[in-house]
Design a protein around this ligand. Structure first.
Ligand SMILES: C[S@@+](CC[C@H](N)C(=O)[O-])C[C@H]1O[C@@H](n2cnc3c(N)ncnc32)[C@H](O)[C@@H]1O
Length: 231
């Protein structure tokens, strides 16, 4: 079993209790992600949630966009099962057990979103995934990514991590902090925010923007070409 898969199996049921503690700005971050969805509440659109976890973000999107058709793609069966339970009362949700690293996109989406998941891939695989996402978007589609990122240099990176640790030490014990720091070291491969933006520019995304940033996390997005343009 891969390191990330084992780590997530261990995290398992605790994710829903813990994300508020470990990501104290989770609501703010997710609200920013959702605010970038360019649809009206009653519009029908297709979306995919990459690394859906327990389905929390999909649930929040469905509460605002009840006609969205969302695929929850998740690597870990326990997580996907929790998503199935959490989203049991909602229509038009598809659950897929799979790895976004080698996922075959057989259809295109209006919205591709992901939160705190893609940084588990090696940087080269993150960029390769971005290429696949670009091809998997409908015309005028948007990719919205809430992610753990590095600062632009060692100093700025240390500042962002210090800000993060200052925020979470109010919520967690010294022991939990040590465990978290070890997990970050073992499972996470965050890259600089500017690298994400550069990759997206190189691949051809348009209207790239950073819509939110706090401590070690950011929400950024990019669209594909507008109607009338050709790829
Ligand atoms: C930190 S959780 C975030 C869950 C959810 N996106 C949220 O923000 O509430 C990361 C999730 O991504 C999943 N994940 C990590 N790597 C993955 C991969 N290669 N393919 C699919 N899911 C993956 C993990 O199993 C885990 O459920």
């Amino acid at each position: 079993m891969s390191k990330i898969k084992q780590g997530m199996v261990n995290l398992g049921k605790k994710w829903d209790e813990k994300f508020c503690k470990f990501v104290p700005f989770y609501d703010e971050m997710v609200n920013s992600l959702i605010s970038a969805i360019p649809f009206k509440p009653n519009d029908v659109f297709s979306a995919i949630d990459l690394g859906a976890g327990t389905g929390e973000i999909t649930k929040r999107i469905k509460n605002l966009f009840p006609y969205a058709k969302i695929t929850c793609l998740e690597l870990v069966e326990d997580m996907l099962e929790m998503a199935r339970v959490k989203l049991a009362g909602y229509n038009d949700i598809t659950f897929e057990l799979g790895d976004f690293k080698n996922y075959q996109f057989t259809k295109k989406y209006d919205v591709i979103f992901s939160s705190l998941a893609i940084h588990h891939l090696e940087p080269t695989d993150q960029k390769a995934l971005y290429c696949n996402l670009y091809k998997a978007l409908n015309n005028n589609g948007i990719f919205i990514h809430a992610e753990s990122v590095l600062g632009a240099n060692d100093f700025l990176n240390a500042v962002s991590y210090q800000t993060y640790y200052d925020l979470i030490t109010k919520n967690i014990s010294a022991e939990e902090l040590v465990t978290l720091q070890a997990a970050i070291k073992t499972h996470d491969n965050p890259v600089k925010l500017i690298d994400h933006i550069t990759w997206m520019q190189e691949i051809g995304f348009k209207d790239i923007d950073i819509i939110w940033r706090k401590a070690t996390c950011a929400v950024f997005c990019g669209t594909i070409c507008k109607d009338g343009e050709t790829l």
